[in-house]
Design a protein around this ligand. Structure first.
Ligand code: ZN
Length: 136
């Protein structure tokens, strides 16, 4: 049972939420709620002292882990390094990865999975400033 809630949708957007990050627990994937076509985003938590119960790899998708709270260790194949709130870790295809929380508080993170080498133009190469009345 997913705790991801679709809050509102329009023709060109979908707005979903997992709720308070501070109180988030478990693992949630949001692609189905938002209808994303370019990446899968998941939220995850690890209790103090725990790691994901398995290593895994991806054939075509890279993963980008963003640590929101807590600290711990990250392993990619046989490389191990420390991570903490604010860390961003990109992991390529065809390698094993795992994450462990070593802080007394739980670790909360976001993982963004997208097809490796699929990013073409980005930021201002892909963007255009547009004329729109500000309704905010
Ligand atoms: Zn993965």
């Amino acid at each position: 049972m997913s705790n991801v809630k679709v809050l509102n949708q329009g023709e060109k957007f979908s707005h979903a939420s997992v709720g308070s990050i501070q109180h988030f627990n478990g693992k949630e994937f949001v692609k189905d709620a938002t209808g994303a076509t370019s990446c899968e985003i998941s939220f995850g938590t690890l209790p103090s002292g725990s790691s994901v119960p398995f290593f895994h790899s991806h054939k075509e998708n890279e993963e980008n882990y963003i640590i929101l709270s807590g600290s711990g260790r990250f392993q990619v194949d046989d490389d191990v390094f420390d991570i903490a709130e604010g860390s961003v870790v990109r992991v390529a295809t065809n390698c094993d990865r795992n994450i462990k929380c070593t802080s007394s508080e739980a670790m909360t993170y976001i993982c963004i999975q997208a097809k490796e080498s699929s990013l073409g133009g980005y930021t201002m190469d892909d963007a255009a400033i547009t004329e729109r009345e500000n309704l905010l």
